[in-house]
Design a protein around this ligand. Sequence first.
Ligand SMILES: *Cc1c(COP(=O)(O)O)cnc(C)c1O
Length: 358
Amino acid sequence: MAYQIKVNKTKDSRLPGVDFKNIPFGKVFSDHMFEADYIDGAWTNPNIRPVEPLAIHPANLALHYGQSIFEGMKAFADHEGHPVLFRPEMHAKRMNASGARMSMPDIPEELFLQALDALVSLEREWIPTEPGSSLYLRPLMFATDEFIGVAASQTYKFLILALPVGPYYSKPVKLIVEDHFVRAVAGGTGEAKTAGNYAASLLPARLAREKGYDQVMWMDAHEFKYIQEVGTMNLFFVFKDKIVTPATDGAILKGITRNSFIHILNDWGYAVEERPISIDEVADAYREGNLIEIFGSGTAAVASQVSLLTYGALDIHFNESNWDMSFKLKQTLEQIRHGLIEDKFGWVVPIEHPVEMA
Ligand SMILES: *Cc1c(COP(=O)(O)O)cnc(C)c1O
C-alpha cells in the first residue's frame, strides 16, 4: 500500500444499538471516519478514527468563503456479502474536478481509493444487508486556514464519513419549472459539488414546497428555456421515439448515475440524445401525446419519477402505468451493484484490503 493509514478503533461501537430496518437518511453515522490533512503542499497523517466533533477556529476560511467540496457514493454488500464500491475512480476524478474549480489541491486518486477501501473494510458490518440498502459514503474536503481574507487556503482537511442507509423508496416527485432563480451558469460553479451551490438552492426549494411541490426544475440562466437538472439529480426524458438528457454544458453536474444510465441504455440498443432540451419541446410532446416519462438520476434515489411538472399555467400529469424505462434502469443498476447480474462495464470494485476487526 502506498499510504500508511493509521487506525484508531473505538472501544465502544454504536453498532449494536442501530435498527437497520429503520434508518433515517443522513442521521446515523458509522463508528469511524477517515481523515487526512493537507499541510505544506502534501497530504499528511492519513488515519481512521472514531467520528467526533472537530475543533474549528472561528476564522476558518471554509466557513467564511466557502472552499468546501464533497462527493456522494455508496458501498454495497454483493450477493455473497462481500463489500464492494460502485465506480469509485469516477468519484475520485469528480472530487478533483470540483477541487480544481474551487482552487483546492488534488487528492491523489490512490489516496482517495485507499482511504475508501480501508474505511469500508473496517466498517463492513455497517453495510445494511436488506435489499436496496447501502453504506452511503461522504468524502468531504474543506479549507482549514485561519485567516480573514479572500484567498485560497494553504491547508485543508479531507474526511470520509460512512452512513448506513435503508432502501430509498422514492415516491414520485412533483416539480415546478423555476422562472426566477437560477442554479448555475456555464463558467460558474454548477459542475462542482461545492457547498455554496446547495445553500443557494434552499430558498427556491422552500418556496416550491410552500406551493406543494417537492423541488424546482432548474432552467438555463440566460433564457429560462433550456432544462438543466433537479436538486441532486440529472434528468432523463422518455418520448415515444427518443430518450433525451440535457447535455452537460458546464452548468450541469456530471452525474455518475446519469453516465451509467446512458451506458446501459446504449447497451440495450437505445441511442440517448445528449443535447439542449427546451421546456417547450417537453410541453409540446406532452400536448401531442408523445411524452411517456421524466425521471431524475442520482446516487441517493438511483431513479426517481416525476409525477407532476408545472410549467406556467400548464400542469403535465403522467400516466404512471406507462412508466417502464425508469424502473428497468433502476433495477438493472441495483442488480449490477449487488453482483446479481454480470458487471459487463467493470463498475463494481471489491474491497481489497480487509482491516483486522477488533
Ligand atoms: C451529486 C449530484 C447529481 C447526481 O450525481 P450522481 O453522481 O449520479 O450521484 C446531480 N446533480 C447535482 C447538482 C448533484 O450534486
